[in-house]
Ligand binder design. Sequence first.
Ligand code: IDP
Ligand code: MG
Length: 169
Amino acid sequence: LTSRAASTSSPKFVVKCCTSRHDTSREAVRLPGVKRTLVIVKPDGVERGLVGEILSRLEKKQLRLVAADLRTMDVATAKRHYAEHEGKPFFDRLVAFITSAPALVMVFEGPDDTWRVVRTMIGATNPAEAAPGTIRGDLAIEMDGNLVHGSDSADAAQREIAIFFPDLA
Ligand code: IDP
Ligand code: MG
């Protein structure tokens, strides 16, 4: 890593890191959603102290952390992020939850379709049905506490990275 900046102004802790040891190709810059994906450790994961565990799983898989920001999301940003779910019965509760406390918003980088690798590692949306070995399957049990978000397509990855890390878009 060539640069790393951290600030600790309570109650917000921010780490932003945008370096690339291996992948400085033009393609990765043009198509960040393909090789990069957005991952959020939701407020329940931060509250339960599972940031290290979740990060560790992704890093051991050899996915690389490109950016990270511990932030309490505002409602407008949460609605933009979850726009596809607007109108669904759980939408208001989802937005209320994701904005209720700090979440760790991250970009991970890997091979093509990194979003797919991350989704496989996260497991099914309902933790009660998520396979053992997945993050949700091992660490969560209820839908309301499913710990983590991962972009569900290359397009979604690009769109979501642009919301939280416009500099990377
Ligand atoms: P995903 O997080 O696995 O991609 P989505 O279908 O995109 O799942 O839903 C986004 C989030 O909304 C879920 O992670 C979960 O927190 C919440 N959610 C989804 N479906 C339901 C539901 O049927 N009841 C309650 N919450 C839900
Ligand atoms: Mg989703």
